[in-house]
Design a protein around this ligand. Sequence first.
Ligand code: ZN
Length: 275
Amino acid sequence: MPELPEVETTRRGLLPHVEGRRVARVLLRRPDLRWPIPFDVEALLPAQKITTIRRRAKYLLLDTDAGSALLHLGMSGSLRVLPADTPVRAHDHVDIALEGVDGKPGNVLRFNDPRRFGCLLWQMPEQTHPLLAGLGPEPLSDDFDGDYLFSRSRGRAAPVKTFLMDQAIVVGVGNIYAAEALFMAGISPLRAAGKVSRERYAALADAVKAILSHAITRGGTTLRDFISPDGAPGYFEQELLAYGRGGQPCPRCGRALKQASIGQRTTVWCGHCQR
Ligand code: ZN
């Protein structure tokens, strides 16, 4: 499943191909993905110039003066920039054809999503789509740090892992990254969020930033695969210390890693190194 680093890598990969380009046509090969594709996409996007691509949480926004196309890759989605005559493959649901520049034919931004948990929606100018309302800060922004986590967590009895995965607290920290960050910071995922000190939250925020930044940096090296016609979907292989390693030796102390379900999500941690 594409996580925040894959979405950010997709954004960076698409940006030079899409920014400043005018949309020639929108072709929907089906009326819906996870949700129906609103009429606004076909009515308002053609002829608009894409001013930039932004990312918010795991959503991508293609900004134009008429509004923004709001895309989510879901469980299995990918976006590629392709020559317009590239044959259509199974699950290629949406084409956003771009006008060419300097007499060259334009490319097409093609959305493929076998499982169709992704979406294509529309956000009017100066508005915030309901899906984006109420989201917490970006984990790589200055708004997210130990002091922020400390202040938001006071009085909370929920496990710190559940707290960290709450999109209203911080966006884009999924199950894998939460487990890894807690391992790095030496915090038990079971500890009540309200019982973690300011200092330990500072370590946790640093760990989240380090893990996500590292994944994005590594993603840059596979960027070509991400947007090329024949590349694999290219979700990143991860170097995981804890996640998926239940029962195996802790990379730090050698004791067997524990595994349990917290908030219906499997988590792995070291009972010795994480308190
Ligand atoms: Zn350990």
